[in-house]
Design a protein around this ligand. Sequence first.
Ligand code: NAD
Ligand code: 0WE
Length: 264
Amino acid sequence: MPEQTGLLQGKTALIFGVANDRSIAWGIAQAFHQHGAKIGLSYASPALERRVKPLAEQLGSAFVEECDVASDEHIQRVAEKAAQTYGEIDILVHSIGFADRNELTGPYYNTSRAGFHLAMDISVYSFTALAKAFQPFLRPGGALLTLTYYGSEKVSPNYNVMGVAKAALEASVRYLAYDFGSHGVRVNAISAGPIRTLASQGVSGFKTMYRRFAEIAPLHENISIEDVGGTAVYLCSNLAAKTTGQVVFVDSGYNILGIPEPVE
Ligand code: NAD
Ligand code: 0WE
């Protein structure tokens, strides 16, 4: 792909949450690369290495590190390795979420204590933990970015504990934006409409809601990882220099609707 405007020229970005070439994190990595950023990637487990290494090569990236965000040691190790490799970094993207599959079906009140803790740990705390570990190495003018979903604000059937986790993640964005503001680092979230990724595979009812989404949303189109990549470039570039603590929707306008109905 040809390089475009170089909005991220001279910036270094670390992207967490690439599982495969359908991952939102991969859409963001490609967009950052097209705009001139130097990219490092991180993935969750050894099993993903053989998928993620070739993707990193496509971007000419030598920094590809395993990091299970459930582990403080993993997080610390990646932060130190990134500091050794790059010195300071400009951009950190957190594109990670996880709940036990059986928490994502049936009534929310059936959520187990362990399921609640796991979803909060991996989907919420990990963003704060990464912010803390990378804080000494973030260059002023930099940006942190995470991914959220509208199920944080309104009930999305079966999203359950993930909706509660995303609400807490969005609150974390505001507290982190406050903390990092005096350091000149901005913190934002993108709230994406439904996308067919590994994390939406096998989710009960996803296919139907994905199809209805395009019928109902003002722009009548589903969301691609390229769409998210474009907004991520904007939010992490100097174009968004005075935007922090925000949740920006990339959802074809779905969230503005009061009564979501297909057009006649
Ligand atoms: P994905 O499965 O490609 O990405 C999720 C990533 O989380 C994977 O790379 C997975 O390895 C990683 N992960 C899970 N547990 C981890 C751990 N312990 N340590 C490190 N990484 C771990 O799916 P995606 O749809 O690209 O999801 C990325 C983000 O986007 C998530 O936060 C998700 O909630 C959010 N999101 C997704 C959609 C959608 O419809 N797909 C919509 C809005 C927001
Ligand atoms: O944030 C997400 C994905 C959340 C997710 C999905 C899974 C499925 C596989 C978190 N953990 C797991 N764990 C697994 O074992 N999305 C926004 C996509 C999504 O997931 C849903 C949705 C939508 C939309 C789950 C239920 C209902 C709607």
